[in-house]
Each structure stands twice: as C-alpha cells, then as structure tokens.
Design a protein. Structure first.
Length: 440
C-alpha cells in the first residue's frame, strides 16, 4: 500500500482541482493527507517546517517588490506615451499598431516582470486603437496575449525568481540565460506580424496620412524620446545593476520599485489612493503566490517521503530514454500540465522532482531552466487555463469574441515552440550570457 501512495497523489490532486477548489488549498490538502501516512500526528511539524523554510528564503523578497513595481507602472503614463509615439511613427505601415503593441509589451515586461500587469496595462490602450483602425480581431488578440506573455521570458521575471529559489540556482544566471531567448521570441512575434500584414494589408491597415500629418516629425521624435528614456532608465537600473554585480536581485527589485514610484511622481500620477491600491494588489498577488508555494512544498515533500523520487528514477531507468529522451519527457509533462494548472503550481510540483534527475544526467541546469521557462510561457496561451486570454477577456470581451482570442494566439504559440526548438538545438543561446556576465 505504501508504494501506491505516490501513484495516487496526482490523480487525487487533479480530482480536487477539477472540482473547482483553489489550487493552493488542493496542494495543502493532498500534502497533509498523504504526509500523514508517514508522519502521523507530527504532520503539523512538517507544515510548520515548510512554512519556516519559505518565510526564511530571502530570495523571495524580490517577488512583492517586482509586483509593486508593476502595479505602480500601470498608473504612470509611460505606456500611454509610448503607444502614442510608436503609433505616430509606425502607424503608416501595415501592422504598425500591432508591432507597436508587442514592442511596448516587451519593454514593460523588462520593467516589471509581471505578465498580468503588462497585458492589462497595454491592452486597455491598444485594443480600442486597433479596433478603430480596422485590424483583424484575431491579430489584435494574438498581439496582446503573445506580447503580454513575454513577461515570462524577459528579465526580470517573477517566474525565474521562484524557479531559482526552488532549484537552488543563481537568479542572476537565470536572468542572463533567458535574455537571448527572450529577444529571439520577441523578434519572432514581430516577424510574424510584419509578414502577415505585408502579405494581407487588410489584416492590419495603416493609419490614414491625414491623422499622422497632424503631428510634426520633430514632435514625434521628442515624444518617443521622452517616453523611452524613463523606461530604458528603469530597465537599466533593475537589470543592469544585477548584471553589473552591484546589486542582488532583491536589491535591484527595491531599486525598481523606487524608480517606478519616482516615475509616478514625475508624471503627476501619484496619490494616496494610487499607493493604497498598489499596495493592496501587491499583498493579494504575493499572498496567493506564497500560499501556492507553501502548498507545493508540502505536496512534493509528501511525494518524496512516500517513495515518489525512487518511483520516478525507477520508471526512467526502465524506459531507458537517455538524457535527450528524459529532457523531452519532462518538458512534455510541463507542457501538458500547462493546460490545466497555473505556472506556480507547475513549478512547485515538477521542479523538485525533475531537477535531481536532470543533474544526475549531466544536463546543464541553467539550460534546462530556460527550456522550462519557454514551455511555461505557452501555458499562458493554451486553453482551458490560458491566463493571458482571461486577462484580455476581462478588458475586451465586448470587442473580441473568445473564439477569435483562441484563434489569434495559435501563431504566437508556434513561435514559442520554434524558440524552444532553437534553444534546444543551440544551448549557447541560454548558457553563453551567464558565462560572459558572471564568469569571465
């Protein structure tokens, strides 16, 4: 019976999830229930130990700071000014508004690292503009959802912070590792939009010349400069301080929060209400994330003490997949879980189980982490969970149908899979930057 417990844990977990219970409480319940089989009445001590370990992990200090930074940036006028400037500069070209949207999403992903904040912020401004310009609805949805999902693969990323804390890896190494793949994916998104709109101009019509001629070229450049400078300054302060070795990720997150607060003051948006709402949102998202981490920690501990680690190793040994086969198996499991679970739950369930096997096979842990981050990014776009689509639906359900949203993200998922294939074929895309920035 003892050997069956780790086998039963996952069906029992998904049974609770499909009943509609919050994932954090499902993980906690299953962890305590199956942990009781080993620890008995001492299960409370195990819960306390997991809670203590989580609370004493100073790496996680960066999470609320990055979330707070993103919440403040939503209220500054950087995104609004950027969209206006790029709309004036690129609007005369087919697909110009879609390209502008993806670029702004990439810039804000590099400023805050929070997918939901980026997508809602940009979507509220970009969707009405593209609808008014006559853009195809599926292209609008794909640009917003795909661009918003870049918060997963462009540093700073909250996902990377949590992955590093679970796998005991350097956050700086992982930030450097996802840098080039993030750029490759962004270029892929832009290339798809440009090719499509050049081939089919009616999908992303150019803005009329009369509208564009109302603003002089000098004013366009000045608007772009004044919008880009603060954004690049914030990115440099956060990412540059980490890569230069002058600040830890937590310190860089604090610098970013202070910078975002300064920008709200500069643009005249600061108020007690804004600060209160930003703090409330930070507490809510952080509490949710840490509760899932606590539940995941308890669940994986129960899985391991019930013999789950030996079960996984025995299964892999019997299959004789080898390093590449095992790698694809793990990534496939994560991809499938992305259809039904959020990224935090996936990380907390899989990484503690997969990482020891990855290390034993001699696979570079940074390379594997980057591959996992790319796969996790697809979970933002793949139904039925698809958080990016839910974010867009919350702000544009009257303008874009759910079917159009699902159809629009398909090409962007294919670009994500292409990026995954390139990182697999050329591991240096993920491993070169950490070596250059931190080991030379």
């Amino acid at each position: 019976m003892q050997g069956l417990l780790p086998v039963l844990m996952f069906p029992a977990l998904f049974g609770l999830i499909f009943l509609g219970l919050p994932v954090a409480f499902c993980l906690l319940t299953m962890g305590m229930l199956f942990g009781y089989a080993v620890f008995g009445n001492n299960i409370g001590l195990q819960v306390h130990g997991s809670l203590t370990n989580l609370a004493s992990n100073f790496v996680l200090v960066a999470i609320p700071l990055f979330i707070f930074m993103g919440a403040l940036l939503e209220r500054s006028q950087i995104a609004e000014n950027l969209l206006k400037a790029l709309r004036l500069l690129l609007g005369r070209f087919p697909g110009g508004l879609s390209v502008s949207t993806i670029l702004i999403c990439a810039l804000f992903a590099a400023s805050s690292g929070v997918v939901g904040a980026v997508e809602i912020l940009v979507g509220l401004m970009a969707v009405p503009a593209m609808v008014a310009a006559g853009y195809k609805k599926d292209l609008i949805a794909g640009s917003i959802c795909g661009g918003g999902s870049l918060g997963t693969i462009i540093p700073p990323s909250v996902i990377v912070v949590i992955y590093a804390s679970i796998a005991d890896l350097s956050i700086g190494d992982l930030f450097a590792g996802i840098l080039v793949p993030g750029l490759v994916m962004t270029v892929g998104f832009l290339a798809y939009v440009v090719v499509r709109c050049v081939a089919h101009p009616q999908d992303g019509p150019a803005i009329s010349e009369d509208e564009l001629d109302d603003v002089s070229f000098r004013d366009k450049i000045w608007l772009l400069f004044t919008a880009l400078l603060p954004c690049f300054g914030l990115i440099l302060a956060v990412i540059g301080s980490i890569f230069a070795g002058v600040a830890s990720p937590s310190e860089a997150a604090a610098i970013g929060s202070a910078g975002a607060l300064a920008l709200t003051l500069w643009y005249g948006q600061f108020s007690r209400r804004l600060l209160s709402e930003a703090l409330e949102r930070t507490v809510a998202i952080t509490a949710m994330t840490l509760m899932i981490m606590l539940g995941g920690s308890l669940f994986t501990n129960a899985f391991m003490v019930n013999g789950g680690g030996g079960l996984v190793r025995g299964l892999l040994a019997s299959l004789e997949f080898g390093p590449d086969g095992t790698l694809f198996l793990f990534l496939g499991v994560i991809f499938v879980l992305g259809f039904v679970l959020d990224w935090a739950s996936i990380l907390l369930i899989t990484v503690p189980i997969f990482n020891p096997v990855v290390l034993s096979l001699g696979i570079d842990p940074v390379w594997f982490a980057v591959l996992v981050c790319v796969v996790l990014q697809t979970s933002y776009l793949t139904p039925p969970m698809a958080p990016s689509i839910f974010y867009l639906q919350s702000i544009a359900s009257r303008l874009i149908s759910l079917v159009e949203m699902y159809r629009g993200v398909v090409p962007f998922i294919l670009v994500q899979m292409l990026t995954l294939f390139l990182v697999y074929l050329f591991p240096s895309l993920a491993t070169y930057m950490p070596k250059v920035l931190f080991r030379l």
